[in-house]
Design a protein around this ligand. Structure first.
Ligand SMILES: [Zn+2]
Length: 344
C-alpha cells in the first residue's frame, strides 16, 4: 500500500513536471512569436516611400476629371469602379490604393480578355461575372504585383514568353513585400472585410499560355489584340494593339503619372527603344488605355515621351531630387529615374 502511495506520489510529481515543462515551452513559443512580430512590424509600419514617388495625401487630387466623361457601371463591390470606354472596352479602376491600378475587360463577339488583374484586393472574378457572360482569359502586360494581383482567381492566364514573367508568376508575392502597399498612407478607404492585411499575399500561378511578339489574340467579331513586346519598364513588358478600335493597351510602358524608369529591373535603353517603336506605329492608334490613373489618353503623348527621354539624357528638364532618384516633370506625365541612368 505504502509502495502504491509512493508510486502515485511519484506519478503526480512527474505529471506536474511535464505540465510545467509544457507550460514553459508554450510560454517560450509565445515569446518567440511576439519577438518575431515585433521584429517585422516596425519596418512595415514605418515604411515610407520617397515623397517624390508617393506624395502625402495623394488621394486629395481624386476623383480625376477624365472619369466624369465616361458612363459608370454600378457593380456589387465598393473596391472597384467600372467605366464604359468605347467599343466594348470596360475600365476596372481601383481608386482607393496608391497605385490606382486599372485593368481592362476587352470584349469581342466570342470571348473576352482581361488586360491585367490589378492589385487583387477585390474579388475580380466575381466582378467579371457581373459584367459579361463570355469566357474571359487573363493577359498580363507585365508581372509587377499591381498587375497580377487577382490572377489566381482565373483559369487561363498568359504573359509574355520571357523567363522573368514566368518566374514572377510562379513565385507569387509574399505578405511582407505587399504590406506597405495595403496599410498606412497607401490606402485611403477601408479594405474589403475578407482581406486581412497581416496575412494577405498574391498566390503563385502557372501561366497557361505564353505570348510571342507579333502574336494575334482573336476575340471574335473582327476584334483582335496584337502583342507588341515593349521591354524596358520590365524585361517582359508588352503592349496590346486593338487595331479595329485604334486603342493601344500600354500597361506601365506609359501611363499619365510618374513613369517608373528607376527600379532595378528597368533597362533604360530598351525603354527608350520601346517608346520609339510605339512612336513609329502611332498611325495605328488614337488612344492609350494605360495601367494607372487615367484609362483614356490621346496617343499624341507618345512622341512627347520619346522627346522627354532625350531631354533628360541631354542634361536638361525640370526635376526634384531625393538621394539618387529624380522626378522629371513634363506635361501629362513625369519620369522617375536614377541619376546613374542619365547618359547621352
Ligand atoms: Zn510595373
Amino acid at each position: 500500500m505504502a509502495w502504491a502511495q509512493q508510486s502515485q506520489f511519484e506519478d503526480r510529481k512527474v505529471g506536474r513536471r511535464i505540465v510545467k515543462q509544457r507550460y514553459r515551452i508554450l510560454l517560450f513559443s509565445l515569446v518567440l512569436i511576439l519577438v518575431s512580430c515585433q521584429a517585422e512590424k516596425p519596418s512595415q509600419d514605418t515604411f515610407k516611400r520617397s515623397e517624390i514617388i508617393q506624395p502625402q495625401k495623394w488621394w486629395e487630387k481624386l476623383p480625376r476629371p477624365i472619369y466624369s466623361s465616361f458612363e459608370r457601371i454600378n457593380v456589387g463591390q465598393e473596391w472597384y469602379e467600372v467605366y464604359k470606354l468605347s467599343g466594348d472596352t470596360l475600365a476596372i479602376y481601383e481608386p482607393y490604393q496608391f497605385e490606382e491600378a486599372i485593368s481592362y475587360l476587352v470584349l469581342g463577339k466570342e470571348k473576352g480578355v482581361l488586360v491585367d488583374t490589378g492589385t487583387g484586393i477585390g474579388n475580380l472574378r466575381k466582378l467579371v461575372l457581373e459584367l459579361t457572360d463570355l469566357p474571359v482569359s487573363v493577359v498580363n502586360t507585365h508581372t509587377h504585383w499591381d498587375h497580377i494581383g487577382a490572377n489566381s482567381q482565373f483559369d487561363i492566364i498568359s504573359c509574355f514568353n520571357h523567363p522573368e514573367c514566368i518566374g514572377k508568376l510562379l513565385k507569387g508575392v509574399g505578405n511582407i513585400r505587399l504590406r506597405p502597399s495595403i496599410t498606412g498612407d497607401s490606402i485611403w478607404n477601408l479594405l474589403p472585410d475578407e482581406l486581412d492585411p497581416s496575412s494577405w499575399e498574391i498566390p503563385s500561378v502557372k501561366p497557361t499560355q505564353l505570348l510571342e511578339d507579333g502574336e494575334i489574340i482573336d476575340l471574335g467579331g473582327g476584334r483582335t489584340l496584337e502583342v507588341i513586346h515593349t521591354p524596358g519598364h520590365s524585361p517582359g513588358s508588352i503592349c496590346l494593339l486593338d487595331k479595329k478600335n485604334r486603342i493601344l493597351f500600354t500597361g506601365d510602358t506609359f501611363f499619365p503619372g510618374p513613369l517608373y524608369a528607376y527600379p532595378e529591373d528597368v533597362d533604360i535603353d530598351l525603354y527608350r527603344a520601346s517608346i520609339d517603336l510605339l512612336n513609329g506605329r502611332i498611325e495605328e492608334y488614337d488612344y492609350l488605355c494605360s495601367g494607372h490613373n487615367d484609362p483614356w489618353v490621346k496617343s499624341e503623348v507618345i512622341p512627347r515621351v520619346a522627346r522627354a527621354f532625350q531631354t533628360i539624357m541631354a542634361g536638361d528638364g525640370n526635376f526634384k531630387q531625393d538621394g539618387d532618384l529624380r522626378r522629371y516633370y513634363f506635361e501629362g506625365f513625369d519620369i522617375l529615374i536614377r541619376t546613374d541612368m542619365i547618359k547621352e
